[in-house]
Write a protein that binds this ligand. Structure first.
Ligand SMILES: Cc1ncc(COP(=O)(O)O)c(C=O)c1O
Length: 388
């Protein structure tokens, strides 16, 4: 991803937006942040958007808002970025890893029910690389077993399922605006989207120290749910110095929000270019030894990552890198085998599809601003690598 080139495409718009905020003196919250929340939620077809400091924070806050914590299990995938499962562990719950489909690389719906125990509270699939999961099936399983559905959309801004972005969402969904993402800011940023006003309110409170009216309303709801009377001796106020939940300081800066608002206007154009680049690669690499990505039934891939599959992935990557082509495996260590989760006692062989993908797939540049000559060079070098 050439982030500099992305910036340069609409540099004047982004820089003017950032400068306006710099000169305004309002750096925390304010109209750019609230407008971006509304515009991005709208883009997703969701009712509410709550911005925060990163995609990781979005996941942690979403899990907390659902009341997930110690003693709970959350079913997720191992074939994802660490933050997906890290967030589950960070709230004190346990990630339960299942495998992905060998062709689409997203959660294998047929494995969910077998992983459900009496401790399971939620399913957390990832629209990995920008590929939509089978939302219809996963939603039905969650409904049947009364589980929350949290979707990790960090890699899937703009992805559609059955022609709709809204259909990629769960009870609550989490986005990342890390600079390389389809919609990336110039630093860190994230967003939670949901159609549930209570969940949105709790998230809004958690991201600012559980304070103010949002915190108070959330705490009152917690008492109501637990069937306990709300104490009558609590200091009550609606300013930010009244704290009702133990939360976080996780805000999207006004400068980032201003830039993201302008980038959002171009997001569909960026995704269209990614999709065209994918078609080019698919056509050029058809009838070679490379397995090119497929688009899941009912899904519209947004190609955050375009990964090829080949048994000699490592040698091919070396060949490409020696010729100046950026490439890499996303991600080389499946989460169930990561040192941080050693205490969960998964072992090699537990998730064969994931383990195979971590050894045989590699991503090549797909970003929207790629030049035709660069794509041609990448394709010809990939073909040479098969003979070299
Ligand atoms: C699948 C997935 N989940 C979560 C995250 C975390 O997002 P962030 O880096 O904004 O914290 C990322 C991205 O980096 C990701 O790719």
């Amino acid at each position: 991803m050439n982030i500099k080139r992305q910036h340069e495409t609409y540099a004047e718009e982004y820089e003017a937006a950032a400068l306006k905020v710099l000169r305004s003196g309002g750096y925390i919250g304010g109209p750019e942040v609230s407008s971006f929340e509304e515009e991005f939620a709208n883009y997703c077809g969701a009712k509410y958007g709550v911005s925060c400091g990163s995609g990781t924070d979005a996941l942690v806050i979403a899990l907390r808002a659902l009341g997930i914590g110690p003693g709970d299990e959350v079913i997720t995938v191992s074939w994802t970025f660490f933050a997906t499962a890290e967030s589950i562990a960070a709230v004190g719950a346990t990630p339960v890893f299942i495998d992905v489909c060998p062709d689409t690389y997203v959660m294998d719906k047929s494995l969910i029910e077998g992983a459900i125990t009496e401790k399971t509270k939620a399913v957390l699939p990832v629209h990995f690389y920008g590929q939509s999961c089978d939302m219809e099936a996963i939603t039905a399983i969650c409904k049947k077993h009364n589980l929350y559905l949290i979707t990790d959309c960090a890699q899937s801004a703009g992805t559609k399922y059955k022609g709709s972005r809204h259909k990629t969402l769960g009870d609550i969904s989490c986005f990342s605006f890390f600079p390389t993402k389809n919609l990336g800011c110039d630093g860190d940023g994230g967003m939670i989207v949901t159609d549930d006003s209570n969940l949105a309110q709790t998230c809004r409170s958690l991201k600012v120290h559980g304070s103010g009216k949002d915190g108070l309303m959330s705490l009152k709801r917690n008492y109501e749910i637990s069937g306990t009377a709300f104490p009558d001796n609590m200091p009550i106020g609606e300013s930010k110095y009244y704290n009702y939940l133990v939360g976080y300081n996780s805000r999207l800066d006004a400068i980032q929000a201003a830039i993201l608002r302008r980038k959002l206007l171009h997001l569909d154009e960026f995704i269209e270019k990614r999709r065209l680049n994918a078609v080019y690669y698919n056509n050029e690499l058809a009838n070679t030894e490379y397995i090119t990505p497929i688009e899941a039934d009912n899904g519209e891939h947004s190609y955050y990552i375009y990964a090829l599959k080949h048994p000699n992935a490592d040698q091919i990557m070396t060949y490409l890198r020696n010729r100046g082509i950026a490439c890499g495996t996303y991600y080389p260590v499946p989460l169930h085998l990561q040192g941080a989760f050693a205490h969960l006692e998964y072992k090699q062989g537990d998730l064969p599809v994931t383990e195979d993908l971590s050894k045989t797939t590699f991503a090549i540049p797909i970003f929207p601003e790629l030049f035709d000559e660069e794509k041609q060079f990448i394709v010809s070098t990939l073909k040479e690598a098969l003979n070299g």
